[in-house]
Design a binder for this molecule. Sequence first.
Ligand code: BV8
Ligand code: ZN
Length: 253
Amino acid sequence: MPEDFPSLRESLLAARHVVIFTGAGVSQESGIATFRDRTEGLWARFEPQELATPEAFDRDPALVWAWYEWRRGLIAHAKPNAAHRAIARMQQCLPRLTVITQNVDDLHERAGAENVLHLHGTLAAARCRRCHRPWQHSQVQPSAAAPTAPLSPPDCPHCGNHIRPGVVWFGESLPMATWEAAAEAATDCDMLFSIGTSSLVYPAADLPHQARQRGAMVVQVNPEPTALDAVAHQSLRGKAGDILPTIAGLCVS
Ligand code: BV8
Ligand code: ZN
């Protein structure tokens, strides 16, 4: 377990506003593959980034829809882990804590976190690819078993085009209001924890830089080195599920 917790404790107890910024690594211990994990089965020949684009969906909607429905099933069968629960506890005991996530799962919310900013949308939402009308997933829980064949997306009842996942694909803009709220939090906070992200996807990955530039303490939690190592004041090497409960324990004076 790493080094300088007394200074972390002091900073946490003195902080007016803390930001928790998470990526796929915070859900890894819930059994949700990270974005840098290799795909398998139907999608073994693809990198996730190749599937998470409007072009991939337009080229083969059934292949991409099957991938998202499989992931939606994994999430429905997954449980929040110790890291999600610790973050929700921190939000309860600190004066102000903003949770910003790149993840499209609802595990932060299911652990009790509130007002989570989803920079890249959520898998719970779906909408028409053309007329953008929201579309409600059926109540039937999707299976967590990886489909063995492509799965055609439903058709929009209004215009007949394909329904698509309610996520932000590569090459698509982030939801403006969510992005602005995240940037406001990053430039206002006294501490920003970057947890379980390779810090490669922009503009999300810029948030810790913005926080640092405005004088916030930036702390990273990741078992591996990342592009943020050069910027973070502290990089705590380890799994989020191991480290976050300790950090949450520092919050109680
Ligand atoms: C946009 C939803 C502009 C879909 C995702 C500069 C500026 C702006 C844009 C760009 C730019 N440079 C390049 C771009 C384009 C692009 C981009 O960033 N590309 C990258 C690959 C270079 N960005 C975009 O396209 C964005 N849009 O910029 O629009 C624009 C403006 C006007 C008009 C049109 C367009 C949109 C990006 C959003 C893409 N959608 N997700 C889906 O989920 O299917 S991003 C996707 O990657 C996921 O959200 C994921 O969360 C995210 C980032 O990955 P990570 O979360 O970091 O996950 P990863 O697997 O990489 O890393 C996991 C980490 O966890 C690892 O470090 C690992 O060590 C660690 N870990 C593992 N286990 C644990 C752990 N840590 C702790 N505990 C553990 N147990
Ligand atoms: Zn439509």
